[in-house]
Write a protein that binds this ligand. Sequence first.
Ligand code: MG
Ligand code: ZN
Length: 216
Amino acid sequence: MTQEKKVTVKKPAYIENDKLADEIRDLMKRKNKLYFNIMGSIGAGKTLLLERMAEKLAPLYKVFVINGDVATTIDADRIAKRGVDTVQINTGGGCHLNAKLIKNELDKINIDDYDIFFAENVGNLICPSAWDVGAQKNIVVVSITEGEYVIKKHPIIFKGAQIAVINKCDLDGMGFNSETLVEDAKKIKSGMEVICTSAKESTGINEFIAALGIKI
Ligand code: MG
Ligand code: ZN
């Protein structure tokens, strides 16, 4: 005799996450704060871009950066040197930030003390796209050294982003090409803002800041 098994439907964790992410977004909007989620592979230059922006923003705004990494405080230590407040979240193996991790950090500070918030997500181009952190804009950073197919191969994360940053453009023409990447990003999502930067040489940073809607 076959015994019928009971099927239990578990609510996926990301449904809870999306609810909390919306709450964070509403809260930031109500308080008139800017909040951005920076995603991208390890080594794409997310932290150096944030350092360059921090240099320009710190004299004008109160900035808070939440750094996500599997281990170490390397990124937060670098950001802190630029004169902005920062906290490091070590996910301990987790490969993305989520709304709960962000909310935990926001609960420890006074949001009203700051104007602009950044989350630097854990370095990869896959799962951060599935975990809303409640930001107003999602930004994907890729460097031209990641290969000519890096955008084509990761359409989901680009579809969920409003801005694509093509970094390491100081190497443009030196065996690497930014043009295809710019085209790919625009093809994946119409209306995508694409900015070429060199965090190393601090070029394109003003354009990036303008794309975020921040006046300097
Ligand atoms: Mg980093
Ligand atoms: Zn993950």
